[in-house]
Design a binder for this molecule. Structure first.
Ligand code: SF4
Ligand code: SF4
Length: 128
């Protein structure tokens, strides 16, 4: 997820934040544009309650599960041995101060099916 705002402000707000960045994972997936298999994979993700979003020209799955190492104080309980993806997390991408709004977000198969049908119709109208 990415929304630009002042990185230092984000650092200063970690104490007030319920560790939003430790409560989900997102992983880039194949782009479905022109790819029926990739589009069908998206239906499968959604059928398992895994959301799918499009942002900055990339497609991602979004799994909203808190990390098991988040303690009751919203702190990392394995800070010294935390994973590299946590070490490399940039505050520039922090979502605490900026509401996260992807370009597209899908939560159900039905939402996706409507979108995909519109895309196919638009492609046909263009004669592609
Ligand atoms: S989402 Fe931002 S403010 Fe919240 S803990 Fe993560 S880096 Fe800190
Ligand atoms: S390992 Fe620590 S820093 Fe990484 S997601 Fe879990 S609680 Fe957050």
């Amino acid at each position: 997820m990415s929304k630009d705002h002042n990185a230092q402000a984000c650092v200063n707000n970690c104490d007030q934040c319920p560790a939003l960045c430790c409560r989900y994972i997102s992983v880039e997936i194949d782009t479905p544009v022109g790819d029926d298999d990739a589009a069908d994979h998206i239906r499968w993700f959604l059928a398992h309650s895994v959301n799918v979003f499009f942002e900055d020209n990339g497609w991602y799955i979004l799994v909203s599960n808190p990390c098991q190492y988040l303690n009751v104080n919203n702190r990392c309980s394995i800070y010294e041995t935390r994973m590299n993806i946590c070490r490399n997390f940039s505050n520039d991408n922090c979502e605490f101060l900026s509401k996260w709004e992807p370009d597209l977000l899908f939560k159900t198969v039905e939402e996706w099916d409507r979108y995909w049908a519109e895309q196919r119709n638009a492609t046909e109208r263009r004669g592609a």
